[in-house]
Write a protein that binds this ligand. Structure first.
Ligand code: ADP
Ligand code: MG
Length: 588
């Protein structure tokens, strides 16, 4: 299946390359060639913006500001300072990146709507500044867009230059999309809580993606100025920014082919069909409305759905069937010995409510530690404290003598604390395998640019992480559904996938929040053997669970909570027969 996938991809790229290379020979006239060049120039910007909007889910509607900075930078450098156009284009890219950093640093922490507004304000301010700086920018009169030197000074030559740069931009974004970074960015878009849990540095990753898009916007600006041959502030109207944004939304998020087709259609259609051009923005608005109502996932997803229809039907339901020897084998490759985590006199208050009140608990390697208690007794809060979502109000959490109580969620991931969630938090648009791979984020050392360039060490690391994720999936019993999209999984499969994702972290400790919830008795059996295999390999397990028979069967130690307070702790036998535990919990 993978090879046929790759084959169709190669075929697609080859067909497209041939079409792009031969375009000047079959394009009807100069105007069509100009349009093709314009599409390429726009795509340089949109491909980068796609990483921000389509992958990371950050709604930037101000990229026209970065485009105009690139354009003016290029014109001023070449026209006023006689800088070589290629050097000027590189500087325009750098300018775009720097301005992206300047805009992203304060605004990327803002929630979605406010971030969008900040980018819009940025675009408007840039335009005002350009209008005001008459000496440098020519104010309302504008500047001449310089040509590139031979052989790129003719319309055909320029088209090829733009097409080459567009191809490079596509290649870079394609590499990012399929790298660990791509999955990390999608996790920020679809489930920031999961992103943190696997160690994705959410803000930094957003910023890196945004700066990258700024560089491409700057380069695109240089090409744009040259193609337009004359630029004024009116060239960079806000409508253009919305146009970029709409191309991506219509194309579909998380796709590269989709937004590319969106760019082609939206650029060419109004120009080719005169009646559409007359409609102007009305046409874009109408198209957007149609797409949002009819195919909300965009063109890219629609193509994928058509493609999937022609593929052999996947088997509908697949029972979970752990392959324990494989699981043991892959777990044994994890780093071995480590110490216990000690939580001492931990309390957590929310306003006046003490969710956890003076609880002490030791989580040891090789041990399964159960945490039981009625609803609202503070079990999930304990997990959130351990994995760093909450900071304890009082008390200490020690590992190797150091208090880690105020470290971030990401630092806990790097420490080797993995977790699952009471309600599974998967990335629905990624495959099962990709979901498991995301778990290995903190294992990955590949930088963003190295990933964009698909350097050999990045590819090597990627295949190691992929192979391990595959082994883990076979191990927990999801081998047969590895290439399915995660939103097609049933509830039990989702729970086991969360465990595989946790294990991909190479954890020292794994915290499971009600993993047996909603499972059949056969599936609970499987869960038990998976948990035992995990603890045998040396990983310390914290098991929050309501199925008490199951807890007492699998756990070495058990702690019982009631309204935030610890009522008993000890071996399974001790806790099971404790009168207080029976009274408040078991007996009910
Ligand atoms: P359990 O997992 O044992 O069912 P929880 O740890 O989820 O219990 O909740 C324990 C108590 O803490 C509950 O009373 C709950 O309402 C409260 N609580 C948990 N998280 C928060 C929060 N973020 N803000 C306010 N109260 C919270
Ligand atoms: Mg809970």
């Amino acid at each position: 299946m993978l090879t046929s996938n790759r084959f169709s991809r190669v075929l697609l790229v080859a067909m497209f390359a041939i079409a792009a290379l031969t375009l000047p020979f079959w394009a009807g006239d100069q105007y069509q060639l100009h349009l093709a060049a314009l599409i390429a120039v726009y795509w340089v910007l949109i491909s980068g913006l796609n990483i921000v909007v389509g992958f990371t889910g950050q709604l930037s509607i101000g990229h026209v500001g970065l485009l105009s900075i690139g354009s003016y930078g290029f014109c001023i450098l070449v026209g006023k300072f006689g800088v070589d156009p290629y050097v000027a284009m590189a500087i325009a890219g750098a300018l775009g990146g720097i301005c992206g950093l300047g805009l992203g640093l304060p605004s990327l922490r803002l929630p979605g709507f406010y971030f969008a507004m900040a980018t819009m304000a940025f675009a408007l301010i840039v335009n005002e500044i350009i209008l005001a700086q008459v000496d440098l920018t020519g104010g309302g009169i504008g500047l001449v867009g310089p040509l590139f030197p031979e052989p790129f000074d003719s319309p055909i030559g320029f088209y090829y230059l733009a097409a080459i740069i567009a191809a490079i931009a596509t290649w870079l974004t394609w590499n990012i999309a399929r790298s660990m970074w791509g999955k990390g960015l999608i996790s920020i878009r679809d489930n920031p809580v999961t992103a943190q849990a696997v160690g994705v540095p959410v803000f930094r990753a957003k910023l890196v993606a945004f700066v990258f898009s700024g560089v491409l916007a700057g380069v695109s600006g240089a090409l744009f100025a040259s193609l337009q041959s004359y630029i004024t502030p009116e060239t960079f109207v806000f409508d253009l920014s919305m146009f970029f944004f709409v191309c991506i939304i219509i194309g579909g998020r998380g796709s590269i082919v989709g937004p590319f087709l969106g760019t082609v259609v939206l650029t060419a259609l109004p120009e080719m069909v005169a009646s559409l051009a007359k409609l102007g923005n009305f046409f874009y608005g109408l198209l957007l409305l149609i797409v949002v109502l009819v195919i909300p996932e965009g063109i890219g997803r629609m193509i994928q759905m058509i493609y999937e229809r022609f593929r052999p039907r996947q088997i509908e339901s697949m029972p979970i069937q752990p392959e324990l020897p494989r699981l043991r084998h892959v777990l044994n490759t994890h780093t071995g010995d480590h110490d216990a985590i000690r939580m001492e006199h931990i309390s957590k208050n929310f306003g006046g409510v003490a969710a956890v009140d003076d609880v002490s608990l030791t989580l040891s390697p090789h041990e399964v530690h159960g945490l039981i208690g009625p609803n609202g007794s503070g079990k999930t809060t304990m997990l959130n404290l351990l994995s760093g979502y909450y900071e304890p109000t009082t008390g200490s959490m020690l590992y190797r003598g150091e208090d880690f109580g105020n470290t971030t969620v990401q630092q806990r991931a790097r420490m080797g604390i993995a977790r699952t969630f009471q309600k599974p938090r998967l990335l629905p648009e990624l495959t099962v395998l990709e979901n498991a791979m995301v778990g290995a984020w903190s294992e990955s050392t590949s930088g963003f640019m190295a990933s964009a360039l698909a350097l050999p060490h990045v590819r090597a690391e990627d295949s190691v992480l992929r192979a391990r994720a595959e082994e883990l999936l076979h191990g927990v019993g999801l081998g047969a559904v590895m290439h399915r999209r995660a939103n097609l999984l049933d509830h039990a499969q989702q729970r086991f996938l969360e465990i595989a994702r946790g294990l991909a972290l190479k954890p020292r400790f794994i915290l499971l929040d009600e993993p047996a919830g909603g499972l059949t008795s056969v599936e609970i059996e499987h869960l038990g053997s998976v948990i035992r295999a995990i603890s045998k390999s040396g990983v310390g397990v914290l098991l929050v669970e309501h199925h008490t028979d199951f807890v007492f069967r699998v756990c070495d130690k058990v702690t019982a909570l009631n309204v935030g307070r610890m009522i008993q702790h000890g071996t399974s036998e001790q806790v099971r027969h404790d009168p207080e535990v029976i009274r408040v919990y078991l007996g009910a």
